[in-house]
Each structure stands twice: as structure tokens, then as C-alpha cells.
Design a protein. Structure first.
Length: 288
């Protein structure tokens, strides 16, 4: 009898000392000791290569905050590995478990929820168009019969197609798709396309990094409303809850605001003042 009691107590003791089993993505990260993160390399300032040819960006800084939280929660060193993604590859690479998360500049849509899940909104922007200053184009109606570049598989490509189908651009704009924003910007600079279409904040970044930024302008207001969120695997509530909890903590303790002003403030890489709507949303997302 005593042996049985001792065995039970021993098992309880071992169990208590054993690390918590999370399952899903958290368990995968714990087993490999590595946090696999998808990032962009041409989405300034969310993910790009700096003047020293090193990865940098707002979303990489946020991912590093997640890594530190993972180390603390899992009780072991966790390495972070960044892998380049684009609009065409970002969802499949999370869905097939090549990546744990994509921290980029992805718009959270209902349709994409069929394949993956999304975190809380991390940034607010919307579809706009960038043109040469002397183009004469002042808004999307000026794209009639023009060549318009957009990233393949992006919500921005869909926005132009929707405007064509709805008859709001007559004659229809001629879409030219690219894998990377940098390719589309180069096409605009060389006159291959008459406008490049993506999210306003990304266009501001592309213009800021152009050889002659004053040669380009944003034409018109927002065509669509695009809330950015990070992509995670579907049906993995433990990991989604973990990431959301860390993001909420960043909002509450000021780390989010600090990173925002680092990248988007007056002295940031791409000045982009936080709107009142964005400030309100962040407050509402900071659940108790």
C-alpha cells in the first residue's frame, strides 16, 4: 500500500515539475526552440532591408516582443527566424505549418478566415494610388484606360477589379500584377504603369524611399478600409490567445505606442500620424 502511495506521489511530483504542454503552435515552438516568422522585405516600414542590408521594420520589432514573451512563458531560450513572404505565399506558408505566424502588412478579411486566423488589428490604413506628380490623375476615376500596378493576390488588386466590374472606372483600368511592391514602384518610375495601387501607408513608404520623392503623389483618398492583422494557423486558439494577450499588454504598457512613433512618428522612417479612429480602436482592443 505504501509503495502505491509513494508511486502516486512521485508521479504527481514529476508532473508538477514537467513543463506545461500547450499543444499546437506553442508546442511546436517549444520543441524546436525556434519561432518561425514570415515578414516582408519590401513593405516599408513594416518589413524591409535597411541601408546596411539588414532586416528591419515595425512588424519585426513586434515579433521580437512576441519572442521574448514566448521565452518567458515556455521557460527556455527561443530563437527567432525570419522568412520572406509575399501576398501570394504568406497564407499557404502558415496553413502548411512552415511558419508559425506572418507579421507583415496583411489585411484581415472575411474570405481569408476560411483558411487561416488573424490576430487583433495591429494597424489601420486603406487602398490608395500613387502616381507621378504631373500625371493629371487626382483619384481612381482618373485611372480610366490607364495601366495600374498592384501586388498579386492583394486586397488592392481586388479593389481595382471591383471598381472595373462596378463600372466606376470607364473604360476599365488595365491591371498589371507584381509579386513585390518594389517591382511595382520601379514600373511606375519607368512609366511601365501609370499608377501603383496598394495601402496608403505602404505607398508613403515607397515614395519616401524613391530617388526623388517629390516626383510622386498620393492621388485621392482611401478606396477601401484595410485593418492589418497578423496571420496564424486556423483552429489554434491557444496560440492566437497567447499572441493577442501579448499585443494587448503592449497597448496597455505603452510599448505599442513607442514602436509606432519609432517607425511612423515625425522622425520615423515613414511619418504617418495615428488617426483618432486608430487610437480609439487600440483602446477598445485592450480588453481587461
Amino acid at each position: 500500500m505504501r509503495k502505491g502511495v509513494c508511486l502516486v506521489l512521485a508521479l504527481v511530483f514529476v508532473f508538477c515539475l514537467s513543463p506545461v504542454v500547450f499543444g499546437g503552435t506553442l508546442d511546436d515552438i517549444a520543441k524546436r526552440g525556434e519561432f518561425m516568422v514570415g515578414v516582408r522585405d519590401g513593405a516599408i516600414p513594416f518589413g524591409f532591408y535597411d541601408k546596411d542590408n539588414k532586416r528591419a521594420g515595425f512588424s519585426l520589432d513586434v515579433a521580437e516582443e512576441f519572442r521574448q514573451a514566448l521565452e518567458k512563458s515556455l521557460g527556455k531560450p527561443i530563437k527567432i527566424t525570419f522568412k520572406t513572404v509575399n501576398p501570394k505565399t504568406r497564407i499557404p506558408l502558415v496553413a502548411n505549418k512552415t511558419l508559425d505566424i506572418v507579421c507583415g502588412s496583411s489585411t484581415h478579411t472575411v474570405a481569408r478566415e476560411d483558411t487561416v486566423d488573424f490576430t487583433l488589428t495591429v494597424f489601420l490604413t486603406g487602398t490608395q494610388i500613387l502616381v507621378k506628380k504631373d500625371s493629371g490623375i487626382t483619384g481612381y476615376k482618373g485611372l480610366a484606360g490607364k495601366r495600374v500596378g498592384a501586388a498579386q493576390g492583394s486586397t488592392n488588386e481586388k479593389a481595382i477589379r471591383d471598381l472595373n466590374v462596378a463600372g466606376k472606372i470607364k473604360p476599365e483600368a488595365k491591371l498589371v500584377v507584381y509579386q513585390e511592391h518594389s517591382q511595382g514602384m520601379l514600373a511606375l518610375q519607368k512609366g511601365v504603369v501609370d499608377a501603383y495601387c496598394t495601402d496608403g501607408i505602404l505607398l508613403a513608404g515607397l515614395r519616401a524611399k524613391a530617388p526623388n520623392p517629390k516626383d510622386f503623389k498620393l492621388a485621392g483618398g482611401l478606396i477601401t478600409y484595410d485593418p492589418y492583422a497578423y496571420i496564424v494557423r486556423e483552429n489554434d486558439s491557444n496560440f492566437l490567445d497567447f499572441i493577442n494577450a501579448q499585443f494587448i499588454a503592449m497597448i496597455k504598457d505603452g510599448r505599442y505606442k513607442k514602436l509606432y512613433y519609432k517607425w511612423f512618428g515625425a522622425k520615423g522612417v515613414v511619418p504617418y500620424p495615428m488617426t483618432s479612429e486608430a487610437r480609439t480602436l487600440m483602446k477598445l482592443q485592450a480588453w481587461p
